[in-house]
Write a protein that binds this ligand. Sequence first.
Ligand SMILES: [Zn+2]
Length: 601
Amino acid sequence: MKKVLSIVLVLMMVFAAVACTSTPAPVANESKVDEPAKTEEPAKTEEPVKTEEPAKTEEPVKTEEPVKAEEPAKEIVILYTNDVHCGITEGIGYVGIARIKAALEAAGKEVILVDNGDSVQGDIIGTLSKGEAIVQLMNDIGYDVATIGNHEFDYGMEQFNKNVSLAKFQYVCCNFINSKGETVLKPYTIIEKAGKKIAFVGIDTPQTFVSSTPTYFQDGNGNWIYSFCEGNNGQDLYDKVQETVDAARAEGVDYVIALAHLGTDFSSTPWTSGEVINNTNGIDVLLDGHSHTKEPGATVKNKDGNDVLWTSTETKLAYLGMLTIDGEGKMSTMLLDTSALKFMNSVGLLKEDNGAAATVDAALKANEELVTTVVAKTNVDLVIKDPVEGVRIVRSQETNLGDLCADAYRAMGEADIAFVNGGGIRDVIPAGDVTFGQIIKVHPYGNALCVVEATGQEVLDALELSAASLPAEYGGFLQVSGLKLTIDLNVDSTVEKDEKNLFVQVAGDRRVKDVQVLQADGTYAPIDPEKTYTVACHDYLLKNAGDGYTMFQDNTLLRDAVMLDNQVLINYIVDVLGGTVGGEYVDPYGQGRITIIEKGN
Ligand SMILES: [Zn+2]
């Protein structure tokens, strides 16, 4: 009993920090616009920790009157996550979610747990199990419904289908359509709790085409066989969402909640969550994902000018979202972080986890075993240090491991040219068996493969920055694939950088000369500054200006974070090289792609 009292208290206090409330319009109530001011105080929700004033424990009198028969409806609590990206032990953690869920249930709440996509990719446990370990964990933690994100497709369509079939929860997505015009997954599902029917409508961003691997959605001839309702400048998506919401409403549901992997990024236009809300009606709450936004709760006007609650939980379980529908149908949202867990623990609420900790431990252990599994073999020592002098050279000259890593990016990105920064190649691979763990040590950062369009001039500028610090080593020194070049150290670098060390321009003479691009027939041709090439590298360098590489920032992204770097390398060795790194990589100083003319020569 004490437990129940405490949890009610926690919730009461927690509700005091609610960001935003909105009365839903189950059917005819259009007058809910009268309390829009609340949106302006979203700061509050960041401190659900307010729970620290546990002095209040003395006034739990209210809870003593649980003449439950009188209460018409129990509170419904919908816990939500998005963009977990395999961060199962980060932030609030899957165990934390299981405990909060159990505690709420023990307190008599009707609880539903939902996810808004991008759960299965982002760390090794996802890579090694192709997402299966995460889906199994979501089963065990007790997820009820999930929508898909672009990264649910990262292991290919066959594996996508397998993962969907493994799920004991319901995947929903209204705008993922096959060649027959049918939705591949259920567009929505209805869950009944506390006498209320709640529809969960799934929506995944049509950006999935670019931010995943496009060929997954094509037949062998490059024809699109799937659609995400991407047409007509957003209208096709709005129409599909509207049609789905209307269908759910026609079933007499009390609430419609959109599980949306849409996000707020400008690059997601015209399919941002805001645009979908603005162009539809009938959605009460939109739980968002994709842009890793932290939003405890705001309101956005729908097509009819009514407020729709909108919220999102950042990424990697930094927060657990909590949407509460009280007995009168009033809705409120807030984000819980680890301090909420700490507080609940401090008052003895978090004993139960329904076996979640053991399940997560078992998954991590299984992952550990996979890490030590032999996945490939190399006949040669792949180096980052000079084999004679023992000093690190991967940040100042070509090495065979640098070639291999860059070749992997070029092959997996199907690009003309690939770069890998020397600072991102962290460990050697000695001749012999190769375990996945060794591959991870080479690329431990979890950067992800991206491909951009770039002009020859941008490539030349990048190479000039790469060479700017020589002969000193530089983490941004580029190992290359699909290119040959000469760096003349008799020419002083004229690269200008800003105060943040970001590339600005090449002001004068260039030290990088004779740059040639590999052609389809295996020959090399001089780079054309005007021509557009495809360049593969990772998000750190191409999107985030890592190591100061600003020249690719505004370029067209052909592939956006489609595969983790360690998976790029292992896939290349296994799928392209047939499982063995062979004689073509035997020279520790590489294949002669980067020639350096020392000063005075
Ligand atoms: Zn996403």
